[in-house]
Design a protein around this ligand. Structure first.
Ligand code: FES
Length: 362
């Protein structure tokens, strides 16, 4: 790393560059650009080479040398500090360091010292390369990558000769069966897609709700009557008979999860919602139409319900219309009424698939 001999002694002068190394449009040693008027795409060449201050001033080169040495020394000290930290700090010692707050003294010191050690080596190497290593400009000549016309003609000739010798054109049976084999081969990949699992069929479109299914409280399992749902309250329901432990229960309850609210009929703005309600009791899917979180934060004054995942907000008094957030569709509503025993029951399944709106478009 010594610079005793003075880097400027080895500095190449662009006057010494071989003449063929200079791009077109520029005379050797000349900084100006010469553009032929008739050729707008002429190579503008390189600007005149500027010597670095270290190349012409030995004192500046010495300063750069000292800077590089200082950075490498800093790295050495940091490495020593790393080892000392490892020995000195117990693993459970916590210190307060602004702005990080209370953190492990060992982790902090190991991270800082290792970071400084690496930074010192990196910064020293970069400074060395930029200020002291050779500054010779090299020009790489490039040639057209297109083949010569004779080469192309030869390739075409060889291709034709190969086709003739293989009898590809003459043996039609071979040729046509090869076409067939190559056309069918990709089908094996398509067939493998079938191995991704059973087809969903209509499982994503249908839920456990159907005409006559009684609504039961999701927590108590008790059948719900209209008087159980008071104005301002939010209740969750599931279809009667859908019990824990049954095969596929988790999937079914995920699709059929229901949210019940009671709103004064005069406050219900959407006519279909009013028609599908019972005395102001509205039953909506609890599954957000964005990506399927459970919608559960109800604001009784405004009748808005909020999805906690990405803050989609639905207006339950207006057909569960989306007021805010990424959900693309209203929450599906379940048409309900009261059976002869006075319990709330469904009048069928949801009119559209529940959950993420993708399935609605499928
Ligand atoms: S899942 Fe409800 S807003 Fe994203």
């Amino acid at each position: 790393m010594s610079s005793e001999t003075g880097p400027h002694e080895d500095v190449p002068d662009d006057h010494n560059l071989p003449e063929q190394g200079h791009p077109q449009g520029r005379e050797p040693g000349e900084g100006s650009v010469s553009l032929p008027e008739q050729d707008p795409f002429a190579n503008p060449g390189l600007p005149a080479h500027q010597h670095r201050v270290q190349d012409v001033d030995e004192a500046a080169a010495k300063r750069s040398e000292r800077t590089v040495a200082m950075l490498f020394t800093l790295s050495m000290l940091a490495t020593v500090g790393f080892i000392a930290s490892f020995v000195a700090f117990p693993a459970d010692k916590i210190v307060y360091i602004w702005p990080a707050g209370h953190i492990s003294a060992l982790n902090f010191s190991l991270g800082m010292t290792l970071g400084i050690a690496l930074l010192g080596i990196g910064a020293g190497a970069v400074h060395w390369a930029r200020t002291l290593m050779t500054d010779t400009e090299l020009i790489q000549e490039r040639h057209s990558i297109s083949a010569e016309p004779e080469v192309r003609a030869q390739v075409i000739e060889e291709f034709k000769q190969g086709a003739t010798e293989s009898q590809f054109g003459r043996r039609r049976l071979v040729r046509n069966t090869l076409y067939g084999a190559m056309a069918l081969l990709p089908l094996s990949g398509v067939v493998l897609l079938r191995d991704l699992g059973p087809l969903p069929e209509d499982k994503l479109r249908k839920t456990a709700w159907k005409k006559g299914k009684v609504l039961v409280n999701e927590n108590t399992g008790l059948k719900l009557k209209p008087e159980d749902i008071t104005v301002g309250s939010l209740a969750f329901a599931k279809p009667e008979g859908l019990d824990h432990g049954e095969h596929g229960w988790a999937n079914e309850i995920a699709k059929a999860a229901l949210m019940l609210v009671r709103i004064e009929p005069a406050d219900i703005k959407d006519k279909q919602s009013l028609d599908w309600s019972h005395e102001g009791i509205l039953a909506y899917s609890k599954i957000c139409t964005h990506i399927g979180c459970a919608v559960s934060l109800y604001e009784q004054q405004t009748h808005h319900v909020l999805c906690p995942c990405h803050q989609s907000t639905f207006d339950l008094a207006d057909g569960a219309r989306v007021l805010f957030g990424p959900a693309g569709h209203p929450l599906p509503q379940l048409k309900i009424s009261v059976n002869k025993d006075g319990f709330l029951e469904a009048q069928g399944d949801f009119a559209e698939p529940v959950g993420p709106a993708f399935w609605e478009r499928g």
